[in-house]
Design a protein around this ligand. Sequence first.
Ligand code: ADP
Ligand code: MG
Length: 297
Amino acid sequence: MSEWSLIGSIQRQVGPHPQVRVGIGDDAAVLASHPRELLVACDSILDGSHFDSKTASPEQIGHKAIAVNLSDIAAMGGWPETALLALTVRHGQDHEFLERLIEGMLGTCRQFGVSLVGGDTSSWQAPLAISITIMGRPHPKTGPVLRSGARKGDLIAVTGQLGDSLSSGHHLCFTPRLAEAKLICDNLQPSSMIDISDGLASDLGHICRQSKLGACLKRSHIPVAKTLQKLAPDQALMRALSDGEDFELCFTLAEADLAKLQGIGLQYSIIGHMTAKPGLHWEDGKPIECLGFEHQF
Ligand code: ADP
Ligand code: MG
């Protein structure tokens, strides 16, 4: 079974609730709250899957656990406030490692003004598992920026550079794009947004499906990570589209808003536009066939 078919099955069994504005399916849930809605998201990282405790430092692991959650709040155009931490530690894990892990987490929390307000701690025979629930507020001007809001003809933009995050080690030390999301929302109304955790093609695919549109991309406009430029150009391009854990933002905007994006100090690339034709394709009409990351069980 795949991750998305399991999530889909759960989603179909969950009915509406008066407090839930947006439930399963976006980067964070949007819950009714006064005076501003509450954003809630949860992401886990596991030893052997999202990091390797033999090579990553405890501080890096702590940073990543928080940063992947902050990235989901950024993807909603929000700002984080509080977090809960569920730690599941292997029996006999040494004390110094855990102290340093918590130091890494709290350092990143402090950097973004997040307060750790609770959690749960348990131990087992298996490797370290860290699960964080993050809460935050949407941008006061734009409200929550959903995956479903893109319109036909909207431009597609991405921040930063894409690909090679896992092999270059970027996934352990990246900066969640909160400041960038705020800058975008301070200056314009993005029609949709997602963070790139499973690969551009896969995550832009979520915007397409949820906005009931497709996307047309320009090969030469994809910001390929510098460390991939030693590869053949086609291979580097595929890696930029399908490698996971970039944690950059992909967002859409009306063409009329493009001028508002220029000159605000944001590093971005316009990579294409939204189309009525479903799916992802290149400017010459060829379909984009590459897979992102999806857990299988
Ligand atoms: P992201 O990559 O942004 O963290 P995911 O791909 O993990 O998002 O999840 C997609 C959507 O499915 C999110 O809205 C998430 O909250 C929801 N989701 C994932 N796993 C579960 C689960 N086990 N139960 C309920 N909802 C889930
Ligand atoms: Mg996300």
